[in-house]
Design a protein around this ligand. Structure first.
Ligand SMILES: Nc1nc2c(c(=O)[nH]1)N[C@H]1C(S)=C(S)[C@@H](COP(=O)(O)OP(=O)(O)OC[C@H]3O[C@@H](n4cnc5c(N)ncnc54)[C@H](O)[C@@H]3O)O[C@H]1N2
Ligand code: MOO
Length: 426
């Protein structure tokens, strides 16, 4: 069953009246993100040790073979097995001692064994290394009982990476695995895109920062710390995190200022249909253009995207779970495009529900869920809290991803196959 398609007739009571036919599918929204968001052009050169989490702007090419010389995979004895006559055992004199790092290595003296250590260069003329546990040692002599195979315990020059090989392509995000490969290629520095400048504007007169006073009917600000944490990844720089009033004029001034300092302005709240929802009007006043406004997704229906000149604007809903889900799904995708990542991280996979689900059809629904094991067929089972709503984040820490419930499904039995998207963690 596919459910990432246009929902022409939203079936949920809160979908239809204000947006008839205007909600687009998740896939269409992702497509529009791709069409709008292009990588920032500026790059910088960083040492590899400073580059964690950054996005490569130029490939990393291995200039010399890795490993750069044949070396031993074991502590043992380097021998030339071609010279072993008969079935053995063979007794050889130990003619040399080769620790790791020793240079200018002499060739193996014919008919002898060279004591060698893991990582040390294998002397010319040796065809194998016999690990020391398989050798009987008597002073300057060693006894080998089994014929070593050709190349045994030798890591060959270039067997990891060839000279001239592209180790990492442009657009790769540098995590520990990529940094390992770049380090093995001897890359001291890499060329990465500069950090994406992100500004956060959290609307809502009722929203208060924890630690300040709070009157009745006011609420703690969840979105600033939550999105601040999501943006605190090495490829991004949070240039501003400001509260905004529900006032169109002041909002316009604030947005103009943020657009002059950021590549991406993320707002929360004020994107729905109420008279207090001024964000879109303020952007229109600045000459902004909308790329999408409203997606058939629950929570997060009012999520919007647009641009003001070269600056991208992402409007997330105010409800914290809706903001979280739409950041995970759309915000991360916007960032991936703007930072020039070429391998988009779409880790959705199929899982099986541990409980039945009752719901209203109409929008594709994302629910916090957690993996709880496997069923008798070996399929991954997920559980979830049945009482989710778009303002509720208390159950987020227990979850480790989101399940996607089909737009057109009302009741799903226990054991239904659904998609699961693990959280992006930075
Ligand atoms: N008549 C309609 N009303 C609403 C509709 C609709 O279609 N018709 N859609 C609902 C849906 S769905 C959502 S989602 C919300 C989104 O509205 P906004 O994005 O404009 O957000 P606000 O109205 O500003 O706030 C919604 C909600 O979230 C609370 N909030 C806001 N900011 C924060 C924050 N930083 N930390 C914690 N909580 C926050 C705010 O107090 C509201 O309760 O609109 C529905 N309404
Ligand atoms: O779509 Mo709204 O996101 O239910 O909360």
């Amino acid at each position: 069953m596919t459910f990432l398609h246009d929902v022409l007739k939203p079936g949920c009571s809160c979908d239809a009246p204000e947006h008839p036919g205007k909600l687009i599918s998740i896939d269409e929204a992702l497509h529009r993100i791709g069409a709008l968001c292009h990588p920032i052009a500026e790059v910088e050169r960083l040492s590899l040790s400073q580059a964690h989490g950054r996005v490569l702007a130029l490939p990393v090419v291995n200039d010399t073979p890795a490993p750069a010389f044949d070396n031993s995979a074991m502590d043992g004895y380097a021998v030339d097995a071609r010279a072993f006559v008969g079935d053995g055992p063979w007794i050889l004199q130990v003619s040399d001692r080769i620790p790791a790092g020793s240079g200018g290595q002499a060739a193996l003296q014919p008919g002898t064994a060279a004591r060698i250590f893991t990582g040390a260069p294998v002397p010319a003329g040796a065809t194998a290394v016999v690990m020391q546990e398989q050798v009987r040692n008597a002073g300057a002599l060693v006894r080998i009982d089994r014929r070593p195979s050709d190349g045994q315990n030798i890591r060959r020059i270039g067997s990891d990476m060839q000279a001239g090989e592209v180790v990492l392509t442009a657009g790769t995000i540098l995590g520990p695995r990529e940094i390992a490969a770049a380090a093995a290629a001897g890359a001291a520095e890499v060329t990465v895109r500069r950090r994406l400048r992100v500004a956060l504007l959290v609307t809502g007169d009722e929203v208060r920062q924890a630690g300040t006073g709070r009157a009745t009917a006011q609420i703690w600000d969840v979105n600033t710390p939550m999105l601040g944490a999501a943006i605190a990844s090495p490829a991004m720089e949070l240039v501003a995190a400001e509260p905004a009033a529900d006032d169109r004029l002041r909002l316009r001034r604030q947005l103009a200022d943020l657009c002059s300092r950021a590549d991406l302005v993320v707002t929360t709240g004020g994107v729905s249909v109420g008279e207090e929802d001024h964000v879109k009007q303020a952007l229109a006043d600045l000459g902004g253009e909308l790329a999408l406004s409203g997606v058939a997704i629950k929570p997060g229906k009012p999520v919007s995207l647009g641009s003001v000149g070269s600056v991208t604007w992402l409007g997330l809903p105010g409800n914290p779970l809706a903001a979280f889900v739409t950041w995970q799904l759309f915000g991360e995708t916007v960032v991936q495009h703007l930072t020039g990542q070429t391998r988009l991280r779409n880790q959705r996979r199929h899982v099986v529900t541990a409980f039945p689900i009752k719901r209203k059809p109409g929008r594709c629904e994302f629910r916090p869920a957690n993996r709880i094991g496997f069923d008798a067929l070996g399929r991954e089972l997920v559980g979830f809290d049945g009482t989710t709503n778009s303002a509720r984040v208390g159950n987020l820490p227990a979850a480790d991803g989101l399940i996607l419930l089909p737009a057109d499904a009302d009741d799903l039995p226990e054991g239904a196959l659904v998609e699961f998207m693990p959280f992006f963690e930075t």
